[in-house]
Design a protein. Structure first.
Ligand code: 6PG
Length: 244
C-alpha cells in the first residue's frame, strides 16, 4: 500500500490529526474485534496528541471505552518509570493518568531492569497478549512512531544491531551515540501492524524527511517501516515538510 503523507500547518494541527487518527483506529478496531491494541511512540512530538486524546474524553461524542483498549510502547529508554527520560512517564502524565484505563491494560516496558531482561519480559508479555501462532507475528491495530534527525525510529538507530533482528519481537539495542541501551520493537513487529502512523514535526527533520520519502531506498531505519499488509500514514507539519 502506498504511504499516505498528510502535511498539516503546524504542531497543534499535527497533534489534532494524530489524536483523531488514534480515535478513528480505536473505534474501527473495537467495532471489528471488540479490542484496540495500540503501541505509543516516545520522544517529545506525540505528547500533545496524547493530551488531546485525554481532553477529548470530556466530550461524550469522542469518549472511548478504555476497558477495551490495550496500550503498549514501541520503545523505551533504559530508565525507571519516574525518570524524566521515560517514555512511560511522558505518556502517563499526558494521557494514561487522565483516562479511565484499567491498570492491567497498560503494558509498560519494565525498563528499570537490565535492558536484556526488560526486552525478554516485554517480548513474553506481547506473546502472552497476542498469542501469535508459531512463526507468526503480533498484529497491532496501530503503532505510533516518531523519527529522529538521523532517520531513526522507535529505538532502531542507524548502524545498530537491532536493525537486522528478524526473529525477536523486542530487543535491547545498544545505541553508541548515547552510550546506552534502549528497549525497542523490531521491524517485523512494526511491519505486521494494521496501521503505522508517524508523527514528525520541526525544521530539524526536513532534510531527513525528504531523503526518507524521496531519496535512495534503505539508507535510513525509518525507510524500513513498510507494513506488509497495513496502512502507513505520515503526519508531518509544514516545517518538517518544507523540502518535499
Ligand atoms: C524515543 C523515540 C524516538 C523518537 C524520535 C523523535 O524514545 O526517543 O521513540 O524514536 O520518536 O527520537 O523524537 P522527538 O519527537 O522528540 O523529536
Amino acid at each position: 500500500m502506498q504511504p499516505e503523507i498528510r502535511i498539516v500547518s503546524n504542531l497543534s494541527e499535527l497533534h489534532r490529526t494524530g489524536a483523531d487518527e488514534f480515535t478513528r483506529c480505536a473505534r474501527e478496531a473495537i467495532s471489528a474485534r471488540g479490542l484496540f491494541a495500540v503501541a505509543l511512540a516516545g520522544g517529545s512530538t506525540p505528547k500533545g496528541a496524547y493530551s488531546l486524546i485525554a481532553a477529548d474524553q470530556r466530550d461524550p461524542a469522542k469518549r472511548l471505552p478504555w476497558d477495551k483498549i490495550h496500550l503498549f510502547f514501541s520503545d523505551e529508554r533504559n530508565v525507571p518509570p519516574d525518570d524524566e527520560e521515560s517514555n512511560y512517564r511522558m505518556a502517563n502524565e499526558s494521557l494514561l493518568s487522565k483516562v479511565s484505563v484499567p491498570q492491567q491494560n497498560v503494558h509498560r516496558i519494565p525498563a528499570e531492569l537490565d535492558a536484556n531482561a526488560a526486552a525478554s519480559q516485554y517480548e513474553a508479555e506481547l506473546r502472552n497478549f497476542f498469542k501469535p501462532k508459531p512463526h507468526d507475528w503480533p498484529r497491532f491495530d496501530l503503532i505510533m512512531l516518531g523519527m529522529g534527525p538521523d532517520g531513526h525510529t522507535a529505538s532502531l538507530f542507524p548502524g545498530s544491531a537491532a536493525l537486522n533482528e528478524n526473529s525477536r519481537l523486542v530487543v535491547a539495542n545498544w545505541v553508541e551515540k548515547f552510550r546506552t541501551f534502549r528497549i525497542t520493537f523490531t521491524f517485523p513487529v512494526i511491519n505486521h501492524a494494521a496501521e503505522v502512523m508517524f508523527l514528525v514535526a520541526g525544521e530539524d527533520k526536513a532534510l531527513v524527511l525528504k531523503e526518507v520519502l524521496q531519496g535512495k531506498e534503505d539508507v535510513y531505519p525509518a525507510q524500513r517501516v513498510r507494513p506488509i499488509d497495513g496502512r502507513l500514514l505520515w503526519v508531518v507539519d509544514k516545517a518538517a515538510a518544507k523540502l518535499l
